[in-house]
Design a protein around this ligand. Structure first.
Ligand SMILES: [Zn+2]
Length: 283
């Protein structure tokens, strides 16, 4: 059975001049539609769900359009766009689907920029954290975006119910994730390290996880590790198929939330390979 994709055209309504723009998601959507995936439409996350992760003053300021940095503009109605993206992650968690929504989320900490980063890196609400808190089950978060998910680490560091594992380029934005800390395992990798090194690190990461402790796997699915993208680790769609196989072999209910990746064509193809790899290995 094909995994369902969570998508709403509403997420294409802002930021056409920005690198984190609508075309990346529109193109990915078109590719997945052509490949025959089924789609579900999300509802916005409730304020109650947002407040399980974020401070109330951050939520109110975002709502009023008062939060802005050089990477992360205060677009008109961004609160509503961000709420719908968080709702996409929640729906993905409920149906074990893939949320193909924007804005992304893993750099957003409780109160905005996380762990000393200067910006929120195109993120407003931490979608995956909101979905994990909504489910409220022991969860392994795998972050395969090319940047460290400093927001997600800040939110869950020390939380016994959750383990956070990230492979990312370093040194690179946001400058965090060089060391592992408590329940957060970090695997910094050099630019364009390539598939072999990446998958070896991925296997090492999974060998450190006692998967029996977890009921759910949540994947921060970023594709900017793709060769030539913003945080390139020199990967191609072949690597995403291999990543998918490894995630499928964990044999847990799994959901995915889109993070980065700035070529829509690559995102669409990489998602297809990731999900096909996963289906092929799920016992
Ligand atoms: Zn990224």
């Amino acid at each position: 059975m094909k995994m369902k994709i969570i998508f709403s055209e509403k997420c294409l309504g802002y930021g056409s001049w920005h690198i984190e723009g609508p075309e990346r998601v529109r193109k990915a959507y078109e590719i997945l539609e052509e490949k025959g995936y089924e789609f579900l439409t999300p509802e916005p996350a409730s304020e109650e769900d947002l407040l399980k992760v974020h401070d109330d003053d951050y939520v109110w300021n975002l709502k009023k359009g008062l939060v802005e940095d050089t990477d992360t503009p205060a677009y008109e109605n961004i609160y509503e766009y961000a709420r719908l993206s968080a709702g996409g992650a929640i729906l993905a968690a409920k149906v074990s689907g893939f949320s193909l929504m924007r804005p992304p989320g893993h750099h957003a900490g409780r109160n905005g920029a996380a762990l000393g980063a200067y910006t929120r890196g195109f993120c407003y609400f931490n979608n995956i954290a909101i979905a994990v808190k909504h489910l409220d089950k022991p969860t392994l978060i795998l972050d395969v975006d090319g940047h460290h998910g400093n927001g997600t680490q800040e939110i869950f560091c020390g939380d016994e119910k959750v383990m956070y594992v990230s492979l990312h380029r370093h040194p690179h934005y946001p400058g965090t994730g060089y060391n592992s800390e408590a329940n957060c395992l970090n695997f910094p990798l050099w630019a364009d390290c390539g598939e072999e090194v990446y998958l070896k690190s991925f296997d090492e990461a999974l060998s450190k996880v006692d998967i029996s402790r977890f009921e759910v796997v949540a994947v921060s699915a970023g594709f900017d590790t793709h060769n030539g993208d913003l945080a390139s680790l020199g990967l191609t769609e072949k690597a995403y198929r291999e990543i998918g196989k490894r995630i499928g072999s964990l044999n847990k209910p799994t959901f995915f939330v889109l993070e980065g990746g700035y070529s829509g064509e690559n995102i669409g193809k990489d998602i297809d390979h990731l999900l096909k790899g996963m289906e092929s290995s799920t016992p």
